[in-house]
Design a protein around this ligand. Structure first.
Ligand code: HEC
Length: 185
């Protein structure tokens, strides 16, 4: 073999090795980042759990917190849609969303969720569910003024529960615009 071919092959091999190293390091860095993230997540939660005195149920608590936020997302969405259905006197749609909100609240009330030592399910029975029936009646009566009154009461109860569960910084209000623009109210 001629010298320059050997030289060339050597160079190509070195480049390939370098490329391999760069790719591997990248992969390792990603792995490290992932582990770091997991660690902060676990640490944050075990601190909370120590306060609750429920260290044994850490994983369950994590799931519950995720779920509770999802239930709340749904409540926020249903109550947003409910308002515009009611404003347009679309009573059938309004009562549909109220039922969806009620079902969501009932799911929370049936779950054994404890956050910061507070029984969320019990709070739901105190603040959430009692506000449903008066609004249901108001929708049945098809009296917009009455519906607006009971809707306001429901929102006051959302916030009452947020305060009772140490989340007073989450304030719900009567919506200005629909959450989605691709639905007819
Ligand atoms: C059981 C009491 C209770 C009631 C009643 C309640 N909430 Fe909540 N809400 C909570 C708690 C507790 C959190 C914090 C959840 C968490 O820690 O992830 C929360 C969080 C939220 C959030 C923040 C989550 C997010 O995705 O931005 C929204 C929005 C929300 N609630 C909307 C509502 C609406 C709308 C109502 C009324 C229709 C309502 N909530 C009624 C207890 C309640």
């Amino acid at each position: 073999m001629n010298k320059s071919i050997v030289y060339g092959l050597g160079l190509i091999t070195m480049l390939a090795v370098c490329l391999y190293l760069v790719v591997s390091m990248n992969r390792l860095q990603k792995q490290v980042d992932k582990l770091k993230n997991q660690q902060t997540f676990t640490t944050a939660h075990s601190e909370e759990d120590e306060e609750d005195g429920e260290t044994g149920e850490k994983e369950k608590d994590d799931d519950e917190e995720v779920e509770l936020a999802i239930y709340m997302n749904r409540l926020q969405l249903y109550t947003n849609k409910l308002w515009f259905a009611a404003k347009n006197k679309n009573w059938e749609l309004a009562s549909f969303y109220l039922e969806e909100a009620e079902e969501t609240m009932e799911e929370v009330a049936e779950d054994d969720i404890v956050e910061d030592g507070i029984r969320i399910n019990e709070q739901m029975k105190t603040w959430g569910i009692p506000a449903i029936e008066p609004l249901e009646k108001a929708i049945e009566s098809k009296d917009l003024k009455n519906v607006e009154l009971e809707y306001t009461n429901l929102i006051t109860n959302c916030n009452g529960c947020h305060t009772a569960t140490k989340h007073s910084f989450i304030k719900i209000k009567i919506p200005d615009t629909p959450a989605f623009t691709n639905q007819v109210y």
